[in-house]
Every structure is written in C-alpha cells, then in structure tokens.
Design a protein around this ligand. Structure first.
Ligand code: ATP
Length: 364
C-alpha cells in the first residue's frame, strides 16, 4: 500500500491530496494540463517539498508530524521522465551499471538479466546511447531505473516525446512491466489510450485535488467524470469507453475470430497472433461503438449483441451517454453514446431492458 497525504501551495496552485494506492500494479494519474500530476509525483519522490506523509508499506519516507523526511536519493524508487537523460559518454551497459552502483547493496544483488530481457535491450548493451532511437533510449531508461531494485517506479509521461510508431513499439514492453513486475508503478499520462492499456487503478486529478480514485474498470464505466467522458472541443475524439477484463473462451479458426468471455456476456473479436484459449485479455470498448435497440435485432451484420439493463442516462445538448449493466448483479458495464434524439425517440430510461450492439472492440 502506498500512502500519500500531501499538500503544497504555490502562487495560483494548491496541491491537496490524500491517497491510499495499491501496492502493486499500475496506477495512472490522469487529468488536464496543470492539475498537478508531475508535482504530486515529485512530491512522492521527495523532489518537491510538500507537507504531509508518504509511506510505502512499512517504510515511511516522509512524516512531517514526526519530523521525518528521507531525502530522494535514499528512497528506493525509480523515476522515468519524458526524455530521460542517459550518460552520453557511456554505453548502455555502463548506464545500467552506473545506476546500480549509486543505488547500493540491494541493487548489487539484483540479477540484471531479467531486466534486460524484460525490456528487450540485450542486443543494445554495447551501443553508445547517442546512437539509440528515442524508443530504445526510453527502454534503456526504464531498465536503468529497474536495475536499482526500486520498490516503487514513478513514470512521468514516458511516451510523450515519442512519435506514434515509437509509442506502438514501446507499449508492449510497458504492458509486460504491468503484468510481470510485482512492484507498484505510478504512471502520469495525458493519454486515455495509455490509461486503458496499462492501468489497473486510476486517480483523476483536478486543480490539485483528487476528483476520483479507484479500480480502472469501475471509474471508466462512470458517466459523471468529465475528464473521462468529455466530448472534447471541435474535432476532439470522443474517448468515453470501458475496459473489460476477459478471457479467450472459444476460437473460430476458419474465420480468424475468438470469443472473449466476461461476467455478463461475451464478444466475438478478430484474433491476434499467438492468442490461446484461456488467455486473459483486456478489451477496450468505446461508447461511440455501442448502439442500442429495444428488440433483439434480426439479420444484422453486427455479431455482438448483448442484452443489457440501462443504469444511468447522462444527456447533454446533442448526445446522451448511457451506462449499461450486462447482468443484473454486479455484471460488466458498458457505455453507449447515442444522439439525444434517439435516446428520446426510444424513451430510454434507467431500468429499461435493451440490446447493446457492439460495433468495435480493441483488444490489448
Ligand atoms: N517549478 C514551478 N514553479 C512554479 N510553479 C510551478 C512549477 N512547476 C509547476 N508549477 C505550476 O504548478 C501547477 C501544477 O503543475 P504540474 O506540472 O504538476 O501539472 P501537470 O498536471 O503535471 O501538468 P502537465 O500535464 O501539463 O504536465 C501548474 O499551475 C504549474 O504551472
């Protein structure tokens, strides 16, 4: 468990948060520019002097009530930023070794091979860091942070400086960190796509305060959190959507499809290379890819039709966002974005039974 009760005041900005976060998995810090994500991360690291208490399990890094403040370099944490500075005069091996030397005895005992394997940098070990691509540099920076045997990994927009192709190249490595590492990761990002792919837990910040915090699937399914369901300005994509933790339960090899099952239903989706029966997958279903009917559609080209019950209706001028439950008791939730006109034409209301047609599913 990570505890962070921190406050700090600057001209025009105040941070005031009280968080208890899970001791493993990825917690994403998400929110508009200037809401205090970086400040919070730096305050947890001790790089920013906030008032309060920070503890990682039994280890207390800061407790102002008791006059305790462990300096940043004595905290067992790794810190990866947008453009992490590597030592240009050293090769990759040298960069990893330098980080370890500074980190002390625990780091010296840690075997490096799993870290090198995890980030896929074996072939880069002898390379000068000046010859690496942006994506490779970030993988080395993450490996260097892990090589110090941290108990907490802080990542501040680690993909923000990379173009789309480099992001796509590095995301699978981050997914591996999320799956395979026991250590907790706090991950600052502007990208809801990264949140949906990587996070287990979510903290929404707004003007230095926690607007909401909780398990990812729960928060993403809410209709009342503007940071997640905002329609955006002109041309901004509508990103409202849910993530569903599912399992591959059937394969249709002839058509290259797999059926993924979860509490309250299942969906057919295009299979991905190497996908096996029983494998756990995460599906991202955008609200704009879900439409609703009152009666079960016949002879439709849409394969995925799920019976659902409307739980909430949140309408603005042009559209309505509906939260649906796929089973009466604690089933998976979906969001559907439809026009307000359709919503009123069908007189859709909480408690109504409907059929959700799912037009698109992204598997991660
Ligand atoms: N060194 C500093 N001195 C003074 N004010 C600062 C400093 N760093 C940040 N701020 C201000 O503190 C507030 C929070 O900034 P912070 O960088 O934590 O936000 P953020 O959510 O990480 O933003 P972004 O997503 O744009 O990186 C902002 O109002 C910012 O202008």
């Amino acid at each position: 468990m990570i505890e962070a009760h921190l406050s700090l005041t600057r001209p025009g900005f105040a941070l005031d948060v009280s968080l208890s976060l899970p001791g493993r998995g990825v917690t994403a810090l998400f929110g508009p520019s200037g809401c205090g994500k970086t400040t919070l991360l730096r305050a947890i690291a001790g790089l920013e002097r906030a008032q309060g208490r920070v503890a990682l399990g039994e280890e207390v890094w800061q407790d102002d009530a008791r006059g305790r403040f462990v300096p940043p370099h004595r905290r067992a944490l790794g810190y990866v930023i947008q453009e992490s500075a590597l030592f240009a005069h050293l090769d990759v091996q040298g960069n990893l070794a330098y980080g370890r030397k500074r980190a002390g005895a625990a780091a010296q005992r840690l075997a490096l091979e799993p870290v090198i394997e995890l980030l896929g940098i074996g072939a880069l070990m002898g390379r000068r860091v000046t010859t690496l691509s942006g994506g490779e540099r970030q993988r080395v920076a993450i490996a260097r942070a892990l090589a110090t045997a941290p108990q907490l990994l802080l990542m501040d927009e680690p993909l923000a400086a990379l173009d789309a192709a480099r992001k796509a190249e590095i995301l699978p490595y981050l997914e591996r960190l999320q799956r395979e590492l026991a250590l907790p990761i706090l991950y600052v990002t502007h990208s809801l796509d990264e949140v949906a792919r990587l996070a287990d837990h979510l903290v929404l910040l707004e003007s230095g305060r926690v607007a909401a915090a909780g398990p990812l699937a729960e928060l993403m399914a809410r209709t009342d959190l503007p940071a997640l369901v905002r329609r955006g300005g002109a041309g901004a994509p509508d990103e409202a959507g849910v993530v569903i933790d599912a399992q591959v339960v059937e394969r249709d090899e002839a058509y290259g499809l797999v059926r993924i099952g979860f509490h309250g239903g299942s969906l057919w989706v295009g299979e991905q290379p190497g996908m096996a029966l029983g494998q756990r997958v995460r599906a991202h279903v955008l609200a704009r890819d879900v439409s609703l009917t009152r009666v079960r559609p016949q002879e439709s080209t849409i394969v995925n039709v799920l019976p659902a019950v409307i739980e909430q209706v949140q309408a603005d001028r042009g559209t309505a966002l509906l939260q649906l439950a796929l089973a009466r008791l604690g089933g998976t939730r979906l969001l559907a974005r439809i026009t307000r006109r359709s919503c009123e034409a069908l007189a859709l209301q909480p408690g109504d039974e409907v059929f959700a047609q799912v037009k698109g599913v992204a598997l991660m």
